[in-house]
Design a protein around this ligand. Structure first.
Ligand code: ACM
Length: 525
């Protein structure tokens, strides 16, 4: 072959490569971006915005809260892009080349957590009524960038955002997960890591199951033996642990900074062996029980006829309420098989009043609907639809956590290493493919406060094991809570989820690689 032809071929190859690389690197269709949860509306304008070393984040005015959100975004972008993005303030309109965050307060449809993101070739303009909306919109900006933006070290650009407008707001006001830190203890850093992931998928609640038969995990200063003794072990006999009130407040603040509310749960009158082992007087027999490290349920109960039980509960609720900026305290109420129903009902009635007296609203598992629900008590449907229906009949709202659809500790299939399957096997499609407002005919959308995906920890003892059960199902629950049901379908979702494999890898998440999803093998952008 002649040299010139070779050269031409080589040149042609180079041109092709450049075109291919450019095409691959250039997201220009906003409507094709793989966002989870899927936004309410996306309109694409077919071009792109470049993050460069000239790009900064401008916030409108001197708000400390907006600065914090801007800094959160800068801290997410800077390690991987190495663009040295700074947070600056301005009173004016968006400055070309930059990201602009501002509050408008005039768009009722966006509500408390909605946002509008307008990306042009010149600016990225994020507007919301409330800081929480800006924070949710910031997660969208993260997801519009290549997956490697989530890496902790410098990556190669370019860093482009497709142009257009996203208007977005949640279907439900409560979108949460639960972590059982009682069966196995999880450290403050492990809880914070989960909070980060909830934030990424626009969830806004983390319910912490702080006490159970196997362990008491929150310091109560007026009853110190709860943690000194009752926090000493966990399922399998490991060393357990507990949060001091300072550590717990640190978790609450970390969550608050991510617009996530911590809902603390003290389970009662059953699931109380750790407390009964710590204080003899809480037992009807007057004798302390042994610490328990097995996985049976339904064998323990507070002595509902003793006044000291209520003095104890009042102290616990008082201290916990003081640590809780959120509206709700969870009082459990599930599987109290060792409590007679004629004792259970007055007990739950009295404890609801105590929570209200300390300025909080009650959340409890669905069995509470057997009692008389106080105004604002919310029933968390996990097991029996008939209980949830009783709750609705009493005028209560329902939090949807049906075990057969939404329990994160249910195994994916019969080969799953961790988890259980007493309610169901929940593959990724089954976890996604249901509508809270269309599951039980008597429970309609207007009866529903939201959705929560609980993770019980009998079979898992650290964050990596927890992640295997949480991911990739969590993003599906996040989408159920956020996206209008008309915009949700599995075939569309599984394509978006496939591209989140790279994102989860970049975030070092140990996810279950479900065979139902054709995971992207590399970062395509
Ligand atoms: C529960 O799973 N016992 C609420």
């Amino acid at each position: 072959m002649k040299k010139t032809k070779l050269k031409r071929l080589a040149f042609g190859g180079l041109v092709m490569t450049v075109i291919l690389v450019q095409t691959a690197c250039k997201p220009s269709d906003l409507s094709k971006e793989n966002l989870i949860p899927r936004p309410v509306s996306v309109s694409a304008t077919g071009s792109s915005f470049d993050l460069t070393d000239q790009t900064d984040i401008f916030i409108q005015g001197e708000s400390v809260e907006l600065k914090q959100i801007g800094q959160y975004l800068a801290d997410k972008l800077n390690p991987s892009t190495a663009l040295g993005i700074e947070v600056k303030t301005t009173v004016d309109a968006p400055v070309p080349g930059n990201i602009f965050l501002s509050l408008s307060g005039s768009d009722a449809e966006l509500g408390e957590e909605g946002y509008e993101l307008t990306i042009t070739g010149k600016t990225v303009n994020l507007v919301a009524n409330k800081p929480a909306g800006l924070f949710r919109g910031v997660q969208t900006i993260r997801q519009l960038l290549p997956a490697k933006v989530e890496m902790g070290d410098k990556q190669k650009g370019p860093w482009k955002l497709a142009t257009g407008v996203i208007r977005d707001y949640p279907a439900y006001g409560y979108r949460g997960s639960m972590l059982d830190v009682a069966r196995h203890f999880f450290t403050v850093d492990e809880v914070k890591s989960l909070i980060d992931k909830l934030a990424y998928y626009k969830m806004n609640v983390l319910h912490l199951h702080l006490s159970d038969d196997q362990g008491w995990r929150i310091e109560i200063k007026s009853w110190p033996n709860l943690t000194a003794h009752g926090g000493k072990t966990e399922v399998g006999g490991g060393e357990g642990g507990f949060y001091t009130q300072e550590q717990y407040s640190d978790i609450v603040k970390y969550a608050q900074d991510r617009y996530i509310t911590i809902v603390p749960e003290i389970d009662m009158p059953g699931h109380t062996n750790a407390a009964l082992a710590s204080y003899a007087e809480l037992n009807c027999s007057g004798k302390a029980t042994e610490l328990y490290t097995g996985t049976e349920v339904g064998f323990s109960t507070f002595c509902t006829n003793k006044e000291v039980t209520y003095k104890f509960i009042d102290d616990v609720i008082r201290e916990l309420a003081a640590l809780t900026p959120g509206e709700y305290l969870h009082i459990g109420g599930d599987e109290s098989h060792a409590t007679k129903i004629e004792d259970y009902i007055p007990f739950m009635n009295r404890v609801q009043d105590m929570v209200i007296a300390h300025g909080k609203k009650v959340l409890a598992w669905d069995e509470i609907a057997l009692a008389t629900l106080k105004p604002n008590t919310v029933v968390q449907y996990w097991a029996k639809a008939e209980n949830a229906i009783k709750g609705v009949a009493q005028g209560a709202k329902v939090l949807m956590s049906p075990a057969q659809n939404a329990y994160l500790d249910m195994q994916y299939d019969s080969t799953s290493v961790f988890g259980m399957h007493w309610a169901a096997y929940i593959e990724v499609d089954k976890g996604y493919n249901w509508d809270p407002a269309n599951l039980v005919p008597e429970i309609k959308k207007e009866n529903i406060m939201g959705i929560e995906a609980p993770l019980w920890s009998e079979t898992i003892s650290n964050l990596k094991e927890a992640e295997y059960l949480i991911f990739p199902r969590l993003s599906g629950y996040a989408e159920i809570g956020w996206t209008p049901v008309e915009l949700r379908n599995w075939d569309n979702y599984k394509i978006r989820l496939a591209s989140h494999g790279e994102r989860m890898k970049a975030m070092n998440i140990n996810f279950f690689p479900s065979k139902l999803v054709l995971w992207d093998s590399k970062d395509k952008k």
